[in-house]
Design a protein around this ligand. Structure first.
Ligand code: E4P
Length: 217
């Protein structure tokens, strides 16, 4: 499973990138707001740092404006994936950019039917939002499984990009189901390294090393 980082925080991306943990980046208007940076500047900086796809989202709601905005975002770098919402106009914009050979990430997907339409429209990535479904007491992971089955039934090449990931379990569950990509906030990727038994085991080893007077260097 590829790891994308769901942030526009350049320092956080740089840290994970140095560890080989960053196959791509996803941003959205809320993450740009959080960064306090200009969208063009920060997106360019991310694209210069990361080789993989960097999703940059349009804010327009109608097809013509989405095409204008998406074209402008695509000028930032070759690794831009234009992010469009899963609306009818968004699907039209997806088809337009896909026909041009541009990477497209169709976002705000909450149903298997929406994912089916995005694949038909040539999306490179479909972004089902797990956490926001879980917030409504629905099972976001069921949606990932349904989309996996549908795409596999028909050999769709659209990559399932599990999004709105809120905890480390979401990452392993998405990987078990076979999501192609998971995009997670930096804190969730860090949390994947944690286990209470690791901490407990380490405490014991450190104490015993002290008792034994072990010196390695
Ligand atoms: C995906 O591309 C979105 O940026 C993101 O995963 C949304 O997550 P949220 O529901 O935590 O805002």
């Amino acid at each position: 499973m590829k790891f994308f980082v769901d942030t526009a925080d350049i320092d956080a991306i740089r840290e994970l990138h140095a560890l080989g943990m960053v196959d791509g980046v996803t941003t959205n208007p809320s993450l740009i707001l959080k960064s306090g940076r200009d969208i063009h500047e920060v997106t360019k900086e991310i694209c210069d740092l990361v080789d993989g796809p960097v999703s940059a989202e349009v804010i327009a709601l109608d097809y013509d404006s989405m095409v204008r905005e998406g074209s402008k975002l695509a000028e930032i770098a070759d690794n831009i994936a234009i992010k469009v919402p899963l609306t009818w106009d968004g699907l039209k914009a997806c088809k337009h950019f896909a026909d041009q050979g541009q990477m497209v990430n169709v976002t705000l997907c909450f149903s298997a039917n929406q994912a089916l339409l995005a694949a038909k429209a040539g999306a490179t990535f479909i972004s089902p939002f797990i956490g926001r479904l879980d917030d409504l007491n629905l099972d976001g992971m069921d949606l990932i499984a349904d989309i996996r089955q549908i795409y596999d039934n028909y050999g769709f090449e659209t990559q399932i990009l599990a999004a709105s990931i809120r905890n480390a379990n979401h990452m392993s569950d998405a990987a078990k189901i076979g999501a192609d990509v998971a995009t997670a906030p930096p804190a969730v990727i860090h949390a994947m390294a944690n286990h209470v038994l690791t901490d407990k085991g380490l405490d014991a080893f450190v104490a015993d090393a002290k008792k034994a007077g072990i010196k390695i260097v």
